[in-house]
Design a protein around this ligand. Structure first.
Ligand code: ATP
Ligand code: MG
Length: 468
């Protein structure tokens, strides 16, 4: 089959083909780029397989492409040619054989077919020839085109061997199913179940990469349900697996937190592409199993689950090799605060309480409200609408107070340094107490968020305490 897609008429790819002709080498563009071309998806890196030396072809191509930058990785036998608008990765065709006791395969030079055999899925094994006489010829040894039409993820060879050789492929299967909205072929899915335990030999970093790709997909719950069905979930993220199931006492069950959480995640994904907001959605109820209690009057309770959950996150992020930086702090903050807006929807809510939430959430207040809207998953449609309406009222109140009092990025107008100067104090606990008292007075609306009134208030407090 010959491809006539205009993207394959790329002048840089033509040049690669012409150069390969001159050097008497066969060469193909292969893998993800071909898949994405046929699926109409955007794809960055172009992988080129050369039957022979990938590096020597890359060197020759770099010499002819205007503004090209060449990087050679001798130990891997690969080379990269980069220009302003294209990135080409060159590698020699290779054969891989795995031994059960080692993660690293034995790699030898091979044919194109052998190179296609080592690929993970039929849709990732497609190659397009770049040599002039066969330019655009598509090589599809495993029926990848048909699987694309049928929306199927399937390994080219025996799935037990494919997954046992490189268990990360199990994560990749689930990731592609989620990104593309494809089904995993039943035989492939069964093999994941059988080989799930082998995921333990894969580094946490590589697993985290796949999880982030699942999280950034249009409907991330697909991936998490598949991880659960295949038995991978408790191995890679036991705290999340612990949300599964419903306990019943005296005929009363609680909501299945696992399903609820995945609904919240999908709701967030519909309105935001932010990766860490999506993680906050996934983790917002992670503290529920630990806080669950049965009360004869109240029924099931999850007291302080937001707080308990927020405290669990550093350990989870560390174990899963997720970032230990301001991204984690953001997730912790949202999980900690996620119950606050719901407590603000009663009529009696004070300006002070709204100001405090604005102060604590700061610039993340809009994300927090998106999470809270997404958290409403009742099957009772009237109830859902009532909650959304109430949240709108809270948001309006926040906007009004923010406009008036500018609380969101609030910095106390009187700084600690100044307190020490004014009152002739050395650094001590009293300075902190006075600072907090001024901050509280502003949040409680006792004084406006301005310098002069704050200073006056401070001096009054100091007098009362006998400091002046
Ligand atoms: P994406 O770029 O979206 O992560 P991709 O399929 O392009 O997806 P890459 O990591 O860029 O993934 O790999 C390029 C190609 O290399 C794949 O399409 C596949 O043919 C092959 N490949 C990558 N990882 C593996 C693996 N673990 N096992 C077998 N083949 C793989
Ligand atoms: Mg790729």
């Amino acid at each position: 089959m010959k491809l006539v897609d205009p993207k394959i008429q790329n002048p840089a790819l033509r040049l690669v083909g012409a150069q390969a002709d001159k050097m008497n080498l066969e060469c193909y563009v292969i893998g993800g780029w071909v898949r994405d071309l046929l699926l109409g998806r955007h794809s960055e890196d172009i992988d080129i397989v050369v039957v022979g030396s990938g590096i020597s072809l890359a060197e020759a191509v770099a010499g002819q492409l205007r503004g090209a930058h060449l990087s050679v990785f001798k130990t891997y036998g690969t080379a990269q040619v980069k220009t302003r608008d294209i990135e080409l990765e060159f590698v020699g065709a290779r054969r891989e054989s795995y031994r059960h006791d080692s993660r690293n395969p034995i790699v030898e030079d091979g044919t194109l077919e052998e190179d296609q055999n080592r690929r993970d899925f039929t849709i990732n094994a497609l190659a397009i020839c770049l040599n002039s006489d066969r330019y655009g010829e598509l090589l599809d040894p495993f029926g990848g085109i048909q699987d694309m039409a049928d929306k199927i993820i399937r390994t080219p060879l025996d799935p037990d061997i494919t997954f046992s050789d490189d268990p990360l492929r199990m994560m990749r299967a689930i990731r592609f199913a989620t990104q593309l909205g494809f089904d995993i072929h039943p035989d492939t899915l069964d093999a994941i179940r059988r080989n799930a335990e082998r995921i333990n030999i894969i580094t946490k970093e590589r697993i985290a990469d796949e999880l982030n790709k699942i999280m950034l997909s249009p409907k991330p719950s697909i991936g998490w349900y598949l991880l659960d069905e295949t038995g991978l979930l408790p191995l890679i993220f036991p705290e999340f697996a612990a949300l599964k199931g419903i306990e019943t006492v005296e005929g009363r069950g609680h909501k299945d937190v696992f399903r609820h959480t995945l609904q919240v995640l999908d709701n967030v994904a519909e309105v935001s592409d932010k990766l860490w907001l999506r993680w906050a959605a996934l983790l917002h109820d992670i503290g529920k199993p630990k806080s669950k209690a049965w009360d004869n009057e109240a029924g099931w309770t999850f007291r302080n689950h937001n707080y308990i959950g927020a405290k669990m996150i550093p350990r989870i992020f560390k174990a899963m090799k997720l970032p230990q930086n301001e991204k984690m702090d953001y997730v912790i903050k949202l999980v900690d605060l996620h119950m606050r807006p719901i407590n603000l929807i009663e009529d009696t809510v004070t300006d002070s309480a709204v100001r405090r939430l604005l102060f604590e959430a700061g610039d993340d207040i809009d994300d927090l409200m998106q999470l809270c809207h997404a958290d409403i998953t009742s099957r009772n449609q009237q109830k859902v609408e009532r909650f959304h309406r109430n949240f709108e009222l809270v948001s309006r109140k926040m906007r009004e107070l923010e406009e008036r009092d500018r609380i969101r990025n609030f910095q106390p107008p009187v700084k600690g340094e100044e307190i020490m100067q004014l009152l002739h104090l050395e650094p001590c606990a009293i300075v902190g107490e006075l600072k907090t008292a001024v901050k509280d007075a502003i949040l409680d609306g006792i004084i406006p968020n301005e310098y002069e009134p704050a200073k006056e208030y401070l001096l009054k407090l100091a007098k009362e305490k006998g400091l002046l």
